[in-house]
Design a binder for this molecule. Structure first.
Ligand code: UDP
Ligand code: MG
Length: 140
């Protein structure tokens, strides 16, 4: 059975370019409820830890540098079938391949600076949520 929560980050490019409000509006209009939210910045160490699964990929260093380059908005979102529904809303990793109307198509700069993160499984949604939020910071 699929879960009702996913984790997201509005990435540094989108925050820097003033898209935070529009992206949150798209998320809420699509039926997601915010149960936790934080405006913060990742250190290079923390960004490296978050993306540790991509350690061996050629883009890892650049990704870590970019993800720690400025503030982000981290959030936990609730909706039926949250992970899959949110991946559909954000679109493909490469914004040029993302469908019309998706968040990445509308707001992303490039495959690296692609505006937003969305968890890829219920298991990772739980791990990534715990990376940013304590139980006391999550509101039912
Ligand atoms: N990324 C990149 N170059 C690539 C593929 C990915 O810079 O060729 C970055 C991009 O920011 C992406 C993140 O690494 O969002 C994680 O990659 P993943 O394949 O997990 O894509 P996602 O799940 O974010 O769509
Ligand atoms: Mg991924």
């Amino acid at each position: 059975m699929s879960g009702k929560r996913t984790f997201t980050m509005i990435k540094p490019d989108a925050v820097q370019n003033g898209h935070t409000g529009a992206i949150l509006n798209d998320i809420i209009t699509d039926g997601f409820r915010v149960v936790a939210m934080k405006y913060t910045r990742l250190t290079p160490e923390k960004a490296g830890e978050f993306y540790a699964v991509h350690r061996e990929r050629p883009f890892y260093r650049e990704l870590v540098e970019y993800m720690s380059s400025g503030p982000i908005v981290a959030a936990i979102l609730e909706k039926e079938n949250a992970v899959e529904s949110f991946r559909k809303l954000i679109g493909a990793t490469d914004p040029q391949k993302a469908e019309e109307g998706t968040i990445r198509r509308k707001y992303a700069q490039s495959i690296a600076a692609n505006a937003i993160h969305g968890s890829d499984s219920d298991e990772n949604a739980a791990i990534e949520s715990a990376f940013f939020f304590s139980k006391l910071e999550i509101f039912e």
